[in-house]
Write a protein that binds this ligand. Structure first.
Ligand SMILES: *[C@@H]1O[C@H](CO)[C@@H](O)[C@H](O)[C@H]1NC(C)=O
Ligand SMILES: *[C@@H]1O[C@H](CO)[C@@H](O)[C@H](O)[C@H]1NC(C)=O
Ligand SMILES: *[C@@H]1O[C@H](CO)[C@@H](O)[C@H](O)[C@H]1NC(C)=O
Ligand SMILES: *[C@@H]1O[C@H](CO)[C@@H](O)[C@H](O)[C@H]1NC(C)=O
Length: 536
């Protein structure tokens, strides 16, 4: 802190407060207040970024919701992620500059432009959180679930940050004038440190097990095929999912006017709009019903061009030219086509039935399956509506349930639920009872790893090609080993902080002596040395 206007000093001052020259008006209190705002905004934006990253697994939900409302495909989730990333980097940089200012002994006036940006940032995050709470409530359980995968690393990060920031706290402590404020700083610091140091005592994760106890890798079920590698619910998509070793095809069935079961997810007012060129082929008609078109008419639609145009998973660039040509030429497949492929490859089929006419559609679907000659034990029957009839007409099908109580009532042993609806303890309990547990839709590595550790039987996924390549979960650690690691990390941090504190006291005393000797109080004392200084 020698030169009054060294380069980095001016730089930091300019970027944070836009005071290129050192003015000396006294607004310390306000400046300190804004420093707290910057810190809180950084923390808030980090938390928000974390939420965005862990809900990335379900980005398709958001984009699909957007489509059903606006009838236009936009990658909304990516837009939110990019804005959030910019906002988070901005807040963190601002905080770093603030700390830099403190370290340089500069004043902490925040420029008004930063105040406005911060205000918009906070509003954006508030909107995001309200949006999730109102429109996407079922997503909240993903956040605590993700902590089972990330908490050990977040704790190491927090210990690191605490160690780095401790010198600023010690600085504030030394310069505090009254015993009361010293006690306040010390007790706040001790409480926060204790919480950070000891939280591993409360961390639970299915991956804290001996590597030898790791269950088998979950089997993969292709969600509408391999929708990142080919347009969903097309024969190309199912072909590509075979290449990633899936044990079952997941799909969606509806019936045409002439009672042919075909594969299409969207129904109601969105029917055919997202994944086909229905607007081009039938410009003046609006179909809201699978029985609006005959099988012959459905086959005239293209079910692949949309994939290349909208690139829903930002994965089209990974396709070869030949694959792009094939994708461009896909039509809507019938259920029969899929059954033939499944029988050839000995792969199971599980599907939802989007049916406005439960009884008739169920009967026609079951007879299509029985007539196809497929081994009935390859059919995982999921639609609950006419289950009792199906059990009578097709006793060979495997019955899969969406709720645990229903399953036990009917004496079944196959369960298919959303990944966040079962706790890891519950998964283990069900597996001990020999229940086959399939969870949907699992797309990100951290989630797959966690469920692997928990021991699920299979997952429905968009990312079969990524999971196929995984040989281990992202991490598995014996409990004892984790305890050793976090205790060592905590101890190291304590040592470093003690060292920093001793250094701090020494320089502090040295400064005091010099000040007294030179009797020149103007250069140092007027300056803002610490935002942690109590106001008194
Ligand atoms: C589609 O089917 C529904 C229900 O049967 C009917 O009300 C509607 O008019 C049909 N739309 C077209 C374009 O045929
Ligand atoms: C693509 O479709 C067109 C007609 O829609 C057909 O003439 C052509 O043979 C198809 N190409 C391939 C590679 O299937
Ligand atoms: C089909 O796969 C199952 C296991 O997934 C296996 O038990 C069975 O023997 C296979 N059948 C044929 C005909 O390969
Ligand atoms: C689960 O299956 C295993 C082997 O198939 C068997 O030994 C065990 O008794 C079964 N457990 C229950 C609760 O049925």
């Amino acid at each position: 802190m020698s030169q009054e206007n060294s380069c980095c000093r001016v730089c930091s001052r300019g970027l944070y407060s836009c005071h290129w020259r050192d003015s000396s008006s006294n607004k310390r209190k306000q400046a300190r207040c804004w420093f707290s705002v910057v810190s809180l905004a950084s923390l808030l934006s980090l938390c928000w970024m974390y939420i965005c990253l862990v809900t990335f697994n379900d980005r398709e939900d958001v984009n699909w919701q957007g489509f059903t409302k606006l009838k236009r495909w936009v990658n909304w989730f990516m837009v939110v992620i990019i804005i959030s990333a910019v906002l988070t980097s901005y807040c963190i940089l601002l905080l770093l500059f603030a700390l830099f200012q403190v370290a340089l002994g500069e004043r902490l006036d925040l420029h008004w432009l930063h105040k406005i940006f911060l205000f918009f940032g906070v509003i954006f995050v508030a909107f995001g959180i309200t949006g999730i709470s109102l429109q996407w409530q079922q997503e909240w359980p993903t956040v605590p679930l993700s902590l089972q995968a990330t908490a050990p690393f977040l704790q190491f990060g927090a210990v690191g940050a605490l160690t780095l920031l401790s010198s600023f706290v010690f600085h504030g402590f030394d310069r505090a004038k009254t015993a009361g404020s010293k006690a306040l700083i010390a007790s706040a610091f001790v409480v926060v440190s204790a919480a950070i140091f000891l939280c591993p005592l409360f961390i639970q994760s299915p991956c804290l097990i001996a590597p030898s106890d790791l269950p088998d890798k979950p089997k993969l079920i292709g969600h509408r095929g391999a929708p990142m590698l080919a347009p969903e619910n097309t024969m190309m998509s199912f072909d590509r999912s075979i290449a990633c070793g899936v044990t079952a095809f997941e799909t969606d069935v509806q019936l045409s006017k002439d009672r042919i079961p075909f594969l299409m997810h969207d129904s109601g007012s969105d029917f055919l709009m997202r994944t086909t060129n229905v607007k081009e082929k039938f410009p003046d008609k609006r179909f809201s019903h699978s029985a609006n078109l005959t099988w012959e008419e459905l086959q005239r639609l293209n079910a692949g061009e949309w994939f290349l145009k909208t690139d829903p998973f930002r994965s089209v660039s990974q396709l070869t030219e030949e694959e792009k040509e094939t994708a461009k030429n896909q039509s809507i497949p019938s259920l029969l086509q899929l059954l033939v492929l499944a029988q050839q490859r000995n792969i199971s089929v599980i599907f939802d039935l989007y049916s406005p006419n439960q009884e008739g559609d169920t009967n026609d679907t079951v007879s299509t399956i029985l007539d196809s000659g497929i081994d009935p034990s390859l059919i995982l029957w999921l639609p609950p509506a006419e289950r009792d009839t199906v059990i009578l007409t097709a006793p060979g099908f495997i019955q899969v349930y969406k709720s645990e109580t229903k399953m036990f009532d009917k004496g079944g042993n196959h369960l298919n639920v959303k990944y966040s609806n079962l706790s890891t303890e519950k998964i283990r309990e069900l597996r001990r009872k020999n229940v086959t547990v399939n969870l949907w839709v699992v797309n990100d590595r951290w989630l797959f790893s966690l469920l692997w550790c928990a021991g699920v039987s299979s997952v429905t996924t968009n990312s079969c090609h990524q999971f196929q390549a995984m040989e281990h979960p992202d991490w598995v650690m014996a409990h004892g080993r984790y305890n050793t690691i976090w205790i060592i990390v905590d101890a190291l941090s304590c040592l470093i902080m003690t060292g920093l504190y001793i250094c701090q006291r020494k320089t502090h005393r040295l400064c005091h002596r010099r000040e007294r000797q030179s009797n020149n109080t103007s250069a140092w004392n007027e300056k803002e040395l610490s935002p942690f200084l109590p106001t008194g």
